[in-house]
Design a protein around this ligand. Structure first.
Ligand code: UD2
Length: 309
């Protein structure tokens, strides 16, 4: 049993980690400002956790939240490429300033390890597939720069202060509890909700852009493994966390439409600014160092997600 802090613990991915840790019997403290996180994600477990309602920008609150903690899952962020294009400052402050505050809090409190929610957006439109962690990054949007900066900070804190940090580059995560009705919702949740309401989703561009869509249960197992992996294999390193399969949006739309009995073809709109064209991960480094392998495949993940909504 250990003491965990989960930043963004009321959010989509954070709340899955909260539930998984409680099931194992660990102690959980959640830090969330409820800007994008939802109280209902924590309702079933509210008696079993310690909740700190504060912003990642509040350095004192973050520092105090790190006290007495063994491990941090730093999931708190303002996600979304288009949000960062439209409003770069708030996402800059949350994603870079907030990450800095978490690292400082962790360093001062003597936390054993910080596992960071990094993003596949770091690769941008680099030539070469699948994406390997040794490729030079090419961030295309403010969000991608922010998440990559967080990685660099994580690595610097390992090198300079010996704080064990592990960066997990998430590739388009989907599953239960992903918010479906915000203009910045991930495509999967958005398409499912719209199809359920009988509304026709819009595909930005020709729909032939590909993503390595990854079910959230795979991310939970990757985080738990990242805490346990020996420091000489994991600390200061970056790992792709994905399924290792590329699916186009057209293909995803068709599968969802079949699962939901939705009969209308998609509307096509202009391409989205800052969008990455294609994404596919090499997940062999995460397997070698962490023992990570995806447990839930793409189609099984879609079925489970549709059933949840
Ligand atoms: C990026 C990162 C992902 C994660 C995420 C967090 C990449 C490859 N992935 O996801 O790892 O960090 O950001 O926000 O950079 N789309 C439509 N119609 C819609 C909504 C989206 O066609 O109504 C398209 C969108 O243009 C894009 C794809 O769907 O091509 C996926 O978009 P998204 O917002 O779900 O995720 P993405 O790829 O920006």
């Amino acid at each position: 049993m250990a003491n965990y802090l989960i930043t963004g613990g009321a959010g989509f991915i954070g709340s899955h980690l909260v539930h998984a840790l409680l099931e194992r019997g660990d102690q959980v403290r959640v830090l969330d400002n409820f800007e994008t996180g939802l109280r209902q994600n924590l309702d079933p477990v509210s008696d079993g956790i310690e909740l700190r309602e504060a912003d990642l920008a509040d350095a004192d609150a973050v520092r105090s939240a790190c006290e007495g903690i063994d491990y941090i899952f730093h999931e708190g962020a303002l996600p979304s490429v288009p949000r960062s294009v439209k409003q770069p400052r708030p996402s800059h402050e949350a994603n870079i300033g907030g990450t800095f505050n978490v690292l400082e809090g962790a360093r001062l409190a003597g936390v054993k390890r910080v596992v960071y929610a990094a993003s596949s957006s770091a690769y941008g439109n680099q030539p070469g597939f699948p994406r390997v962690e040794t490729m030079a990054p090419q961030p295309l949007s403010p969000y991608a720069v922010q998440k990559l900066t967080g990685e660099l900070y994580m690595q610097a804190y390992w090198r300079v202060y010996g704080l064990e940090t592990v960066c997990l580059r998430y590739f388009n995560i989907f599953g239960a509890r992903q918010v479906p009705d915000s203009p910045y919702s991930g495509v999967m949740a958005r398409f499912i909700l719209m199809m359920m309401r009988g509304e026709t989703p819009t595909i930005f561009g020709d729909g032939e852009q590909g993503r390595d869509f990854t079910h959230v249960d795979n991310v939970v197992s990757a985080n738990l493994l990242a805490v346990e992996a020996p420091a000489h294999l994991a600390a200061g390193r970056v790992f792709n966390i994905a399924c290792g399969e590329r699916h186009t949006l057209n293909e995803t739309y068709a599968l969802l439409a079949t699962l939901l009995g939705f009969e209308h073809p998609p509307i096509h709109g202009p391409e989205r600014e800052g969008d990455v064209r294609d994404s596919l991960a090499d997940i062999s480094a995460a397997f070698a160092a962490l023992g990570y392998a995806p447990r839930i495949g793409f189609e099984e993940g879609l079925r489970r997600t549709v059933a949840w909504y």
